[in-house]
Structure formats: C-alpha cells, structure tokens
Design a protein around this ligand. Structure first.
Ligand code: 13P
Ligand code: SF4
Length: 366
C-alpha cells in the first residue's frame, strides 16, 4: 500500500499534460485488451478517456457485453463489482482507486439486512410475502441476498419495471438502500405514501409496529445519497421565481419534495437524453451531480440551451472524484507492464447468487 501511495504521488507531481499523454500512450499499447467504462459523474479529465459512458444500467450491460481482457471502471466500487460479476471469468475488473466507494451503498450491509429479514419474520413470512429489491448502488453480498431470496436488482432507470415484476410475485417489497428512489418510484406507480414505511435499521423491528408492517406495500430502507439530499424544494422555488419558463429535471435519488416539484425525473442517461431532445433556447434546472451538470451546460450552450445546477452550493460525489488522471495513468501503465492493480473480484459463490438477481433485472424487457 505504501508503495502504491508513493507511486500515485509521483504521478500527481507530473504536469497534467504529461499525465494525459501517458494515459493515451498506455491505452494505445493495450489496444483491444482494455476497455474503459466511465460513469457520467466522472470528472472531465478522466471521462474523456472512456470508451463507453452511461448510467449504471447501460454500463452494466456494457460490462456484460465487453470482450476486453481488462475492464477499467471509472466509477465507484459497486459498479466495478457488477462488471466483475457479469463478465467472463478470464476478464479482470479494475477500479483505479479502491477508495472510490458509495456512501449510500454503505448504509446497508448484509448483517443489517439479514436482521431485518429475521425481524420481519416475526410479523409475516418474508420469503412468501416480500420481494427484496436492492438498488444497484449496493455491495455484492446484498445482491447475493436478493438472489437467494427470490429478489432482484434495480437501477434508477428501471426501478418501476422492477417493482412491477416484484409485485407480480409477492405482495410487498423491501427496498434498500435508497428510500428516495423507492418512494419516488412507488408514488409514480400510484402507491399511497402511507403504504410506504421507512425501516430504521438502528431500531428493533425497524422502528415500526407489526400493524404498520402488515399494512405496508413497500418497506423502505432508511438510506439516502449525501449528494442528492443537498437539493431542496426551495432551490427550485427561488429559481422559478426568477425564470418561470425553466424546466426542472431531477435524479430520483432526490427527496420526494424535490421530485414532486420537478417536471421530469430520471436516471443520468434520461437527464442527458431529455435535455438533448429539448428545443433550442430552453432553460433547465438540474438536480444531479455537478460534474455531469457542468458537462451538460458546456455541451448544450452552442444550441442556446441554458443548463443550471440546482443547488447554490457545490455538491459533487467526492468518491467518484477520487478517480483522477494520476490513478488512471498508474493503472494503465501497470497493465502495460503485465501487472494488475486494484482488481475487484467477488468470491464465486457470492457472485453466482448476485448474478441471479442481476440477471432477473437484465432479462426484463427494456
Ligand atoms: P445512474 O444509474 O442514474 O447513473 O445513477 C447512479 C448513481 O450513483 C446516481 O447517484
Ligand atoms: Fe453513491 Fe450518491 Fe455518489 Fe451516486 S452520487 S455514487 S449514490 S454517493
């Protein structure tokens, strides 16, 4: 680890143009051996090197389809895990900085979810009455839990389809770790708010009464994204007072109040597509991560579209931001030398169960 830190420090001291040149040179040497996947929240200096970019769903499909020996994931840990689970055994998934986690994913862990399942069994028969649905922003062992219990994975772009699939099988859903995606999607499907209860994982029985659990359609884990919780309904109100013609678009990880005040709600890919297809001269207020919003503002300025960030304060995903040019250069140059660094490898038993839950999602009609 100390050697790794020293190596990264050496790259950090190089001139930015040198680092970029070294990334390009290493990529050229690696040719088809490597594919670089980049999530939309990546900083521009890294994002420009992505062979494929996308939201979590698109990138997981890309990882599954990739032929490259090395899949370098410029994103966060759970994304690289999905790449490892869905790729062939001889392929290698790599995360250039192992510190690039997801604080929301960390809000649910296997011990707590298993405890919730046990506690639910005091009130009902969970394996008959409840489909466990995990947002893709979760660790592989939680996906495996869903695989074992007839559950499924969802992303922000297919949550509604996944919930429809789930309710066809069992009457209730335990949705983790993001309460907001669960609530926003459930509400859009017509589930009353009072039938969506929050499971507080620090309380016995989630802080709920047996009656509240029996009456609930969705049990929402008390997790959230620290970036998307920064957007507030008053930010929208204030902006609309000044520019009433603005169209507001938000990611479903934003709070219920923000999503209710938004004209459009959807994944990062949906946000990009919606603004791309909008008429020239439109103005947009966007509730999602800053790097993406800045890129959209640049991209659509020549078409006369004005794209604004929803929050008055800077909020970016600090873990996504850990993937920087020095880490990417270090990763690629090691591969050129035949050394794999920062491999993400999910143990096979866990991977097989997680794959089952992922495959149920991927098999849904698009
Ligand atoms: P998308 O799947 O919409 O890109 O979202 C991923 C994510 O982590 C949003 O915070
Ligand atoms: Fe996780 Fe939020 Fe970052 Fe997305 S933006 S990776 S949910 S911390």
């Amino acid at each position: 680890m100390a050697a790794e830190t020293a190596a990264i420090q050496a790259y950090s001291q190089l001139d930015e143009d040198d680092v970029q040149a070294r990334i390009r040179a290493a990529r050229e040497k690696l040719g088809d051996e490597v594919v670089i996947l980049g999530h939309h929240y990546q900083r521009e200096e890294v994002f420009q090197h992505a062979d494929f970019s996308g939201d979590s769903l698109k990138l997981s499909r890309q990882a599954a389809a990739s032929q490259a020996r090395y899949i370098v994931f410029c994103g966060v840990h759970f994304m690289a895990e999905v790449a490892d689970i869905l790729s062939r055994p001889e392929q290698v998934a790599i995360l250039p900085d192992l510190g690039a986690g997801c604080s929301m994913a960390d809000m649910a862990d296997l011990a707590k979810v298993e405890r919730a399942w046990r506690e639910l069994s005091q009130v009902l028969e969970p394996d008959e009455a409840v489909t466990p649905v995990t947002y893709i922003n979760s660790s592989a062992d939680l996906k495996a839990f869903c695989g074992r219990h007839g559950g499924i994975v969802c992303t922000s772009s297919n949550a509604r389809h996944v919930l429809e699939w789930s309710f066809q099988r069992r009457e209730k859903v335990l949705f983790f770790p993001d309460q907001h995606l669960g609530r926003n999607t459930g509400h859009a499907m017509g589930i009353p708010l009072e039938e969506m209860v929050v499971w507080d994982f620090d309380q016995p029985l989630g802080g709920l009464t047996p009656e509240a659990i029996r009456n609930a359609k969705m049990i929402l884990w008390k997790g959230f994204c620290s970036v998307h919780q920064m957007f507030r309904p008053e930010h929208i109100d204030r902006f609309l007072e000044r520019h009433p013609e603005t169209r507001v678009i938000s990611h479903p990880e934003c709070s219920f109040e923000v999503c209710q005040k938004s004209h459009y709600v959807g994944s990062t890919e949906y946000i990009i597509k919606t603004i791309a297809e909008a008429p020239a001269g439109t103005r947009w207020l966007v509730g999602t991560e800053l790097n993406l919003v800045n890129r959209l503002a640049e991209r659509f300025r020549p078409e006369g579209k004005q794209v604004h960030f929803m929050s008055p304060t800077v909020c970016l995903c600090s873990t996504m931001f850990r993937i920087d040019p020095p880490h990417l250069a270090w990763t690629l140059e090691n591969l050129v030398e035949g050394r794999v660094v920062n491999r993400i490898q999910v143990p096979e038993r866990e991977a097989a169960q997680a794959r089952a839950a992922l495959q149920r999602m991927l098999d849904l009609p698009v």
